[in-house]
Design a protein around this ligand. Structure first.
Ligand code: TMP
Length: 237
């Protein structure tokens, strides 16, 4: 597999072409942003941890029947993935009230909910990723009804698989964000990453935050939180 020209640079990852038109290489950076790019910094070691954690979880989800873009990890920071057209939605799944839901609805962080909540945000930096519903998505043609049915089904299945997986390392999965893509042959697959950048992880005993909220909220101990998640998942660096 030959790494060729850079196709795209995002906030946390670069994407490179390969000699296979159906595959790209994702290269994870240590750069961190929050407040939609208004707050910037570096989290040393984050790129490697997010790459390896994402790949571990994607492989496990594949075994459980969720199609993903994952192909092969080629270094601590780089992974070959299937080239996809990203569905322009952030798919957020919540188990416990936190973050923007707590703010919007006035419900204290940590409040349990009767069932998981799925939210959709339209991926658009200039508009700060506004929340939308299935009617907006269908009206604008961002995804078909059939794709949305699959996205919701996969999102809830991923939620129940991940809740169990993290419970084993004494971590509560509070909420997380997923992105989906469509491959050249039209298959809907899970894409992007699943990491402390995109999930809220709370220690199940102490409720300590083990995720990017420590960076977003200037709490300190950011690197240690990522390292602690890597340690519990036995991800070698
Ligand atoms: P929120 O409470 O800020 O809406 O975030 C919900 C979850 O989604 C949280 O685990 C962080 C994640 N998330 C992202 O990964 N990217 C984003 O742009 C946003 C807004 C949230």
């Amino acid at each position: 597999m030959k790494k060729m020209e850079q196709l795209y640079e995002g906030k946390a990852k670069k994407v490179f072409a390969t000699d296979d038109p159906n595959l790209v290489i994702v290269d994870y950076k240590d750069d961190a942003t929050a407040l939609n790019g208004k707050k910037r910094g570096t989290i040393v070691g984050k790129g490697a941890i997010n790459n390896m954690m994402t790949n571990r979880l994607m492989k496990m989800l594949e075994k459980n029947g969720i199609p993903t873009h994952f192909v092969e990890e080629i270094s601590q920071r780089e992974t070959v993935v299937r080239k996809v057209q990203i569905v322009p939605l952030e798919v957020i799944v919540r188990n416990v009230a936190a973050g923007s839901l707590s703010k919007r609805l006035g419900i204290p962080e940590g409040t349990p909910m009767r069932k998981p909540v799925i939210e959709y945000c339209y991926k658009c930096d200039e508009l700060d990723d506004p929340m939308v519903n299935e009617y907006h998505i269908a009206a604008m043609g961002w995804a078909s009804d059939e794709q949305m049915a699959k996205i919701a089904e996969y999102a809830l299945k991923i939620d129940s698989i991940l809740i169990r997986y993290f419970k084993d390392i004494n971590v509560d999965l509070i909420d997380f964000k997923l992105e989906f893509g469509v491959t050249g042959d039209g298959t809907l697959v899970l894409a992007d990453e699943i990491s402390p950048d995109t999930c809220r992880f709370w220690d199940a005993t102490t409720h300590d935050k083990l995720d990017k909220d420590r960076f977003r909220r200037d709490m300190g101990g950011v690197e240690d939180a990522y390292l602690e998640m890597a340690r519990r998942l036995q991800i070698e660096e």
